[in-house]
Design a protein around this ligand. Structure first.
Ligand SMILES: CC(C)(COP(=O)(O)OP(=O)(O)OC[C@H]1O[C@@H](n2cnc3c(N)ncnc32)[C@H](O)[C@@H]1OP(=O)(O)O)[C@@H](O)C(=O)NCCC(=O)NCCSC(=O)C[C@H](O)C(=O)O
Ligand SMILES: [Mg+2]
Length: 285
């Protein structure tokens, strides 16, 4: 599957120390999993969690889901050993928390070699350096850490997320400029499906590929929000057909539902259809 079309609608955090959750994830319809060794694991459990997670990944059963391991920061007592163990794990990606600069990414790459790296974008300095972090040759994805960001920026929670908009926008710009995957932060109230749906819709409108999740109850809402809707698929098909018709007559502009359709709109329409097909293929596989 073309990595740009690969769905990342739902990216579920699982504490690396919790056997039941590690097992449950094998049955959940998520596009990717973040196996966490950082904030979801208490200090007392950190060392054991590494071995628990290594064994779970070796046992397999996660199918097509992208396997991302979030290590502790390299400035902590666990980070270096985590990074060394990730090299021996069956992981697709290593996720580095609290990335401040491209130098932080270099330091991880010196341990993990050519394993693709994703960055937690969750510090004020990371926001200011988002472009250089995104441009690192091993960087493949950004994850918004909206809890840490809110803490560092001393913001208040607002349903419209106005206090976080500058940060979300900076990371989206940097990620899109480099062709990275970029997924939105978590919605903490995991029993509030309505609030989650509203935040997913906002994230989708802004251009995020998907959302990070903390509980299985959040999966269906998120998968639906970040998949092309039937209305979008139908419009994309009609736009392509209308454009091909006028193009055959030597013209460059079609009109669909009273709106112009030019070549650039057809590019978007084709991406929507490709994303829908990729989701269908993933669900079938
Ligand atoms: C929030 C939770 C502590 C709730 O756990 P629990 O009380 O066990 O929930 P339930 O009883 O409703 O669970 C039902 C079953 O689902 C499984 N489960 C629960 N959570 C997960 C999960 N995340 N992945 C897979 N499976 C899960 C339970 O084991 C039950 O299974 P079963 O018994 O077999 O039916 C808990 O959901 C949790 O710990 N969530 C993850 C929290 C987490 O990862 N936090 C760190 C990431 S958030 C963050 O750090 C973002 C960023 O850095 C930032 O700064 O913003
Ligand atoms: Mg965080």
């Amino acid at each position: 599957m073309d990595s740009r079309q690969r769905p990342y609608r739902s990216v579920l955090y699982i504490p690396g120390s919790k056997d039941r959750a590690l097992d449950k994830a094998r049955t959940l319809p998520v596009d990717a999993i973040i196996f966490d060794l950082e904030d979801a694991v208490s200090a007392d459990e950190k060392v054991n969690a590494r071995e628990t997670l290594k064994a779970a990944l070796a046992a397999g059963g996660y199918g097509e889901r992208v396997k991302i391991v979030r290590i502790n920061g390299l400035d902590t007592e666990w980070g270096r050993a985590d990074a060394e163990v990730v090299r021996e794990m069956d992981a697709d990606v290593v996720l580095l928390p609290k990335v401040n600069s491209a130098a932080d990414v270099d330091a991880l790459a010196a341990i993990t070699g050519d394993l693709p790296i994703w960055a937690m974008m969750e510090t004020p300095r990371g926001m200011l350096n988002a472009a250089e972090i995104a441009a690192h040759p091993l960087m493949a994805g950004f994850v918004m850490g909206t809890n840490d960001l809110a803490k560092e920026l001393q913001t208040r929670f607002r349903p419209d997320r106005l206090p976080l908009m500058t940060s979300l926008g900076l990371c989206l710009l940097a990620a899109k400029a480099e062709g990275l995957i970029v997924v939105d932060g978590v919605y903490n109230a995991f029993k509030d499906a309505e609030g989650l749906a509203a935040e997913c819709a906002q994230g989708r409108d802004m251009g995020f590929d998907g959302k990070t999740l903390i509980h299985p109850a959040q999966v269906d809402v998120t998968n639906a929000a970040f998949a092309p809707s039937e209305i979008e698929i139908d419009l994309a098909r009609r736009q392509i057909a209308a454009f091909e018709e006028v193009e055959a007559q030597g013209q460059g502009v079609a009109v669909v539902d009273g709106k112009i359709v030019e070549n650039l709109h057809v590019v978007t329409a084709r991406e929507i259809l490709a994303k829908a097909e990729a989701i269908t293929a993933l669900q079938a596989g």
